[in-house]
Ligand binder design. Structure first.
Ligand code: HEM
Length: 410
């Protein structure tokens, strides 16, 4: 861990009113440790503060938003909340990773988003269903005879990585290494983060060079041969696309799967209902996504402003706590309850505004197909009563271990 420096030292600037200050540390908050579940810790924070915008002195000092409407407004106004510096604690400007298109603001952002939109077209994603089903079936059948497993390691981690590598056109044998780099990328430690960027860069280089010469039917080839505003994309830009895809598409799906299976294993009634009515699985996926949001995403104030009743100064970091917006009672009645029959499940998990998740269709497909195979192939699954579910927090909410058991003879 780096020693605290000017960028990470706890601080409260003069313009922040004392009533706006909340002791909240996104990487190691005591509420997350004391509650049985990260979203339960988040729920406790919301109960203590109410929904709104607050300042925390941790991680260099930053604002954080938990109110549904304010989150929506911030996401929709990139001219106020810029995505050009998104590390938290902030990295020095020359070390900020280049993430295309996430790290760009409109109007430039749109031209860079287009090649990815094309590469993630509904037809291309739909065509992946067969492979996704085969990967899910293979992983599930691999553990079924054992009667027990640690779900994150056995399925939640490898499945999205296998799908992602297939989509990108990468060799599957570097699966484990990949996962370590994703951990590093999401770490609060600047050195670990910086080293993960170097690793990904080095790994992508030969693949990009090969596709430049000989395109194949994969995402890297589509990116390498795409255009931005009528000119060919550059090698560095392709690297920046890949770095973002790597950071955005793996951990998120793994975490969503883990929260879903953890809940299913604790709620036998829900498990039985979905098994008997697989046509409800798409609804369940939406409610899993709402109840268990994943991403806290940082912005930087582009100018001095009055927003949500507080004064924000240019250059200050503002954390959009999207999972908290999903727990706002003004948007979702009884929000802490998982309710399959909830009418409005229009959640913030993929954000809104110009940076709305490009991979949401792929993510939904992965989740739906996985639950279909899981409920069809597995008997009644429970959390292992002798082991603990463990969590990890930061810019994504994550489960480290979900130990599960079932009757292998059933
Ligand atoms: C359950 C799974 C997922 C969740 C919860 C999720 C969440 C998000 C969120 C919240 C954003 C907006 C970030 C911001 O506004 O700062 C985002 C953007 C993005 N996501 Fe996802 N994501 C998921 C899966 C994926 C997958 C599978 C991919 C692709 C392989 C992907 C690719 C992207 C990209 C490229 C962006 C940037 C879009 C832009 O800046 O225009 N995501 N995602």
């Amino acid at each position: 861990m780096n020693a605290p420096n000017a960028l990470t030292r706890p601080s409260v600037p003069d313009h922040v009113r004392p009533e706006s200050v909340v002791d909240f540390d996104l990487y190691r908050d005591h509420r997350f440790e004391e509650e049985d579940g990260l979203h339960e810790g988040l729920w406790r924070l919301i109960q203590e503060t109410g929904q709104g915008i607050f300042w925390t002195p941790h991680n260099g000092g930053h604002w954080f938003i938990t109110d549904h409407e304010l989150l929506f407004q911030a996401a929709k106004q990139p001219e106020l909340f810029s995505s050009t510096a998104m590390t938290l604690p902030p990295m020095p400007a020359d070390q900020e990773p280049r993430l295309i298109p996430l790290g760009l603001d409109p109007p430039v952002h749109g031209a860079y988003r287009l090649p990815l939109m094309r590469a993630f077209s509904p037809d291309i994603i739909k065509a992946m269903e067969k492979d996704i089903r085969a990967f899910a079936a293979e992983l599930i059948e691999g553990i079924r005879p054992n009667g027990r497993a640690e779900f994150v390691e056995a399925i939640a981690e490898p499945m999205p990585i296998m799908i992602f590598m297939k989509l990108m056109g990468m060799p599957l044998d570097r699966l484990r290494e990949f996962r370590e780099w994703v951990y590093d990328m999401l770490s609060p430690d600047n050195d670990r983060r910086a080293s993960s960027y170097v690793h990904v860069h080095a790994m992508m280089e030969p693949l990009i060079r090969e596709r430049e010469k000989e395109p194949r039917d994969d995402l890297i080839s589509r990116l390498v041969h795409s255009e931005i505003d009528g000119r060919p994309v550059t090698y560095d830009e392709v690297q920046a696309y890949c770095l973002l895809l790597f950071a955005a598409g793996l951990d998120t799906v793994a975490n969503s799967l883990s929260f879903g299976v953890c809940l299913l294993s604790r709620d036998q009634e829900l498990q039985a209902r979905l098994r008997a009515n697989p046509e409800l699985i798409p609804e369940a996926v939406e409610e899993f996504l709402r109840r268990y949001g994943i991403v806290f995403t940082p912005r930087t104030a582009a100018k001095d402003m009055h927003f949500g009743g507080v004064d924000i100064c240019k250059g200050e970091r503002v954390l959009l706590m999207l999972p908290a917006g999903n727990l706002d009672p003004t948007a979702f009645p009884d929000p802490a309850r998982f309710d399959l029959d909830r009418e409005d499940k229009a959640h913030m998990t993929f954000n809104s505004g110009p940076h709305r998740c490009i991979g949401s269709h792929l993510a939904r497909l992965e989740l739906r197909v996985f639950y279909e195979e899981w409920l069809k192939r597995m008997p009644r699954v429970q959390i292992d009563p002798d082991r603990r579910v463990t969590y990890r927090t930061g810019l994504t909410l994550a489960l480290d271990k979900v130990p599960i058991v079932w009757d292998a003879a059933a």
